[in-house]
Design a protein around this ligand. Structure first.
Ligand code: ADP
Ligand code: ZN
Ligand code: ZN
Length: 724
């Protein structure tokens, strides 16, 4: 017999299937890890197929040296998934397989932790010949102790006796189930009575389809998820539940733990490698049947899935932007299809892409339009910061926000102040009239680049002089730069010196459990103000928060990104959802320099559909995704010349592709990347925007060409989240 083996190395030349002979007496199965001779070395590989014939000269073929562990670490579904991802995302096979295993397994620690045991198989009659003395000793021993570790049995009675008993089916093998469990405090989950909206959603979601669950913040989607999972468990099946970010996960975990106990395994990057591995093992062995976690939990080693849920489906973190690049939605769709189970995408603000699919009936739309507790969504008041300046207040906070904060403090309640900041870059804005510098060709905001003191368009590369006067109103008060959390906290402390003010951002959450500590402290302080970035936007359910302030809503709006309006709508809806979740009514104060921008009208009315229609229209007219596809080929190299040469070679070939496809290519150009240098590597890029009809073909051709012309140092991205 022969095995198809993928070598666990990244080299392009090794990115294929190699055939090896399975030596006599080796028990090799698909999905096992093996050691094989390769050139002068021995390398680890994955068995992805077994066959009885081989195309190579059988005399020359080499043999598998040993197996890494005696079970299939990669399950059959995952081998199919690997093939799908390689096709869809043009990825290296070994790099995909690695996604399926926890890092600990890759460090060879698996044997020591995955202890195996033997016990007697009570279903067969054991008949041994008189000469099989050692085998009889094992049987007698196991009759007394019930089960024993394999290594101890082998030591006492010899490995060959053990092996022949196992091969005769007289013994059953089991794996040890002791685990390090991550710390979680068990909260109580009241068993709620479902409302009509929730019942309807649960009733609808049962076929092998993709469902878009559009439910406003507080509509009780979590309860729907949990009921769907209960149903699936009762049918003897498993479930995957994905959440976007770790700062949000503690609460979700508590909910799930108190409902499902040991059935739940947690997989996210905040766990230690050991904890992760133990959770993975519990899923692998079938001891846990629900995987809850961030993006990577989509690869949970569960079989027989009954439902896959992606909560906050619009979140960027579901796209892996570094290698291996993939979209969680694609992987989830594949697994749902493979297991014939429903895929649920839940959100209060679905991505334009997903909602477009629901509109075209590719997804089934399920709606939950009101809050579960019957409360209204908080009112959103829009504050025009330009007129605030005209009235002589040039500070960070409007008079309204200060008055509302004072009110919260007097009533011993809580407020959250949200700093809408993303990335490093910044736009130029007139502080007098709100004018924003935009690209004349692309209608996206220009980005200020400090290094060469210029404004640049991230879509077409066009450059502009920095403005020292506003072209609209003539004011010289035109600036770039945003206020950070630190500044907001210090200004706030000046106004409210005796009030507890907490800060949550990348700087304050570096250590393990830091998120939880800050959130706990906030929870237990009355009154208190929590100042934070995106991190405070999601998921938190604090009953005393009655006010949410959005300090500068435009910060995500004028990013040089076709999705920036969508992101702004999502962020504002999300943060607003933090207010008024308990008994008292909530309010949102939204500060902006562009109060007439359409996004603010829709968001303050919670009009997702209106927003979607407007946004859809704009994207369609401008030919941006989902009505086109953007392909970026990024060259990064320590040698600027090399990067530039590779760019030229590839560009010349891509121009030929464009010529063949004519109008299908909307835009093609080569340029320096917006950020010229990262980690001492120069960056150049080719940008393509193509129509959808032939997008797959063009994409494949670009991948093939680029990969054949350039080795390493090149990344191809589809609809990148970030063009810097
Ligand atoms: P979402 O995830 O849709 O934003 P949540 O799942 O956080 O909403 O639910 C919001 C609140 O409503 C939670 O406190 C939850 O316990 C409560 N809730 C959910 N379902 C019901 C129900 N049927 N009756 C009463 N309260 C409910
Ligand atoms: Zn102006
Ligand atoms: Zn442009």
């Amino acid at each position: 017999m022969f095995a198809d083996v993928i070598i666990d190395q990244d080299a392009k030349a090794l990115d294929k299937v190699f055939a090896y002979l399975i030596p006599e007496g080796f028990d090799v199965k698909v999905g096992m890890r093996v050691i094989v001779p390769f050139g002068a070395r021995y390398l680890q590989g994955f068995v992805v197929g077994i066959k009885d014939k081989c195309d190579y000269d059988e005399a020359k073929i080499k043999s598998i040296s040993s197996v890494v562990e005696d079970f299939s670490a990669i399950k059959p579904e995952m081998i199919e998934l690997m093939k799908f991802m390689a096709r869809k995302n043009h990825l290296n096979l070994a790099s995909i397989l690695r996604l399926f295993l926890p890092t600990e397994m890759r460090e060879g620690k698996v044997k020591e932790i995955f202890k195996s045991f033997y016990k007697l198989n009570k279903d067969v009659q054991i008949i041994l010949s008189k000469s099989a003395k050692k085998q009889q000793d094992i049987i007698d021993y196991l009759k007394k102790v019930e089960k024993e570790e394999s290594s101890i049995l082998a030591e006492k009675f010899g490995y060959s006796a053990l092996k022949s008993l196992y091969e005769k089916d007289y013994l059953i093998k089991e794996y040890q189930k002791h685990s390090r469990r991550p710390d979680i405090d068990f909260g109580e989950t009241n068993s709620v009575i479902l409302n009509k909206m929730q019942e309807n959603a649960i009733e609808k979601i049962k076929e092998n389809k993709t469902y878009l669950l559009h439910g406003v913040t507080g509509s009780g989607k979590t309860e729907v998820y949990m009921r769907l999972i209960s149903r699936v468990l009762k049918e003897g099946k498993c479930a995957i539940m994905l959440v976007p970010e770790i700062s949000l996960t503690p609460q979700i975990f508590n909910h799930f733990k108190s409902r499902f106990g040991e059935q739940v395994a947690i997989l996210h990057s905040g766990l230690s490698a050991g904890e992760r591995f133990d959770e993975w093992k519990r899923l692998f062995s079938g001891e846990a049947r629900i995987a809850v976690g961030a993006r990577s939990a989509i690869f949970a080693p569960l079989e027989n899935l009954g439902v896959i849920i992606i909560d906050e489906e619009h979140e960027q973190s579901y796209i892996s932007e570094s290698n291996p690049r993939f979209s969680t939605h694609d992987v989830a769709k594949f697994r749902a299809e493979f297991n014939s189970c429903p895929l649920v995408l839940g959100s209060a603000t679905p991505s334009v892409e997903s909602y477009e699919k629901a509109k075209n009936e590719e997804y089934k739309l399920v709606e939950m339009p009101t809050r579960a507790n019957g409360k209204d969504l908080p009112s959103i008041q829009i504050i025009d910061m330009v007129s605030e300046i005209r009235r002589g207040n040039s500070g960070i906070f409007s008079n309204q926000l200060i008055a509302d904060l004072a009110n919260v403090i007097n009533n011993k309640k809580q407020a959250m102040l949200f700093i809408n900041r993303r990335g490093y870059s910044s736009f130029m804005r007139c502080r007098e009239c709100g004018y924003i510098a935009k690209c004349t060709d692309c209608d996206v905001s220009l980005v200020y680049h400090r290094e060469d003191n210029r404004l640049k368009c991230h879509y077409c590369g066009k450059q502009f002089h920095v403005l020292d006067m506003c072209p609209k109103c003539g004011s010289e008060n035109i600036k770039q730069g945003a206020v950070g959390t630190e500044k907001v906290v210090s200004e706030l402390q000046k106004i409210f010196p005796d009030v507890k003010i907490l800060r949550m951002d990348n700087d304050t959450t570096g250590t393990k459990n830091a998120h939880q500590k800050i959130l706990n402290e906030f929870k237990n302080s009355l009154p208190a103000i929590l100042v934070g970035t995106q991190m405070i936007a999601k998921g938190h359910d604090f009953e005393n928060v009655v006010l949410v302030g959005i300090v500068d809503a435009d910060q995500s709006l004028f990013h040089a990104d076709y999705r920036s309006t969508e992101r702004t709508f999502q962020l504002i809806t999300q943060v607003s959802g933090r207010a008024g979740r308990g008994g008292s009514e909530g309010k949102v104060v939204l500060q902006t320099y562009a109060p007439r921008h359409y996004v603010y009208k829709f968001v303050s009315n919670y009009d997702y559909k209106g927003f979607f229609r407007k946004e859809e229209n704009i994207r369609q007219t401008a030919e941006f995704p989902p009505f086109s596809r953007i392909i970026r080929v990024l060259f990064s190299n320590q040698s600027e010349n090399k990067a530039l040469n590779e760019l030229k070679v590839c560009y010349n070939e891509i121009v030929k592709i464009k010529e063949r496809f004519g109008d299908e290519v909307i835009y093609l150009d080569a340029m320096k990347s917006p950020i010229k240098k990262i980690q001492d590597k120069f960056r150049y890029q080719i940008l393509l925007r193509v129509k959808l009809d032939h997008a797959d073909e063009i994409e494949s051709e670009v991948f093939e060409k680029v990969n054949s012309l350039v080795k390493g140092n090149v990344f191809i991205e589809i609809n990148p989240q970030n063009l810097s």
